[in-house]
Design a protein around this ligand. Sequence first.
Ligand code: NAD
Length: 402
Amino acid sequence: MQEVLVLGAGYAGLKTVRQLQKQSGDFHITLVDRNDYHYEATELHEVASGSQPKDKITFPIADVINKDKVTFLQDEVVKVDPKQQTVTVKNHGVLNYDYVVVSLGFCSETFGIPGAKENALQMVDIDTAENIHNHIIDMMKKYKETKDKNYLRLLICGAGFTGIELAGAFLDERERYAEIAGVKAEDIEVICVEAATRILPMFDDQLANYGVDLIKKLGVNLMLGSMIKEIKPGEVVYATSPEDTNYQSISAATIVWTTGVSGSPVMNESGFDQRRGRVVVKSDLRDPNYENVYIIGDVSAFMDPETDRPFPTTAQIATRMGAHVGKNLAHQLKGEATEEFSYKAAGTVASVGNTHGFGVVGKSSLKGYPASFMKKTIMNKSLVDMGGLKELLAKGRFDLYH
Ligand code: NAD
């Protein structure tokens, strides 16, 4: 019997398994993940702000796999050895494979900025997102004791999609934080410190300006053109131009790091030809050097022929890659040729809190409530994609505006 190893149960890996387990044939799948649940990484900001409990955005992996075909192994992947066709995991030793799908996801990119790892909170998984919420609650209580305004300041490093969505979620929860601190909602400051002077590069000027105006109007203090140089405990040090050597700083008791992501460090550890944890894959999503190694999701760089640059890593492309690899593996297992992957993004929508948003779907710009509605519809579609209708029902996600 042929053994297929799938590493990581995020959007890409879990979709691969769900696609492949439907096929008949003499093969077995082992799915490895450090957690026994799948989580929707695009919704981590809601757990970080406390607007959703973690079980709204997670479900058990065991619920969605076919146990006749798939074994789930809860463990941490340490290294892939594509020459030996083995994978080392932390607690169960060495696993052998005929085919491997590497879909190990993202980690936070600190660009080597001093103190970013030690002195800022990360938001990369369920535990770190929950940690942010617990931290904020503690800071609100500390304000009540000390009346030190730093405890009311929520500072986000980077105003990419992750930073903006997190800022929006914080604004939505201000009332609740304020009550704990014993202050008014407006006393809670939400600040985004961002290096670029023009953010949201994927949108045209009009839509990007709309996004900037919206988050400012809702109450975010958006500090554009502020390049973070160091994070000290409770303090962000930044420059206001490349020539600027006279750094300024801003203090805050809550500092969250969202300046971008890279692929899993396992990619470098395994000797793959990678940059920032991402491997440029062939048109059928395989590693250029190994016929039996697929690399998908946030550890993969798939070139966009239109721009000659890799597509940005998103849940949308990861899910599509997973479905495609499920099919390609079925072909390979039967001795057939693989198919080329092609991708056209259906759209990009950012939510700003529970009822606002902006983005592009097809050729149209969406703003305000329709954008927020679209984002929630996309998320529900994603939950059905990953967990099936059962999970959507279990999460009560019909009520789009919880
Ligand atoms: P990103 O790279 O898109 O944004 C990071 C931001 O941090 C940038 O604006 C950058 O200029 C800024 N930055 C970097 N270094 C800095 C420094 N030293 N000082 C100040 N600012 C600095 O990262 P992200 O927002 O985490 O997104 C990662 C990927 O996930 C992207 O492809 C994004 O589109 C995708 N994503 C999509 C959605 C959605 O579709 N709703 C939501 C979240 C993320």
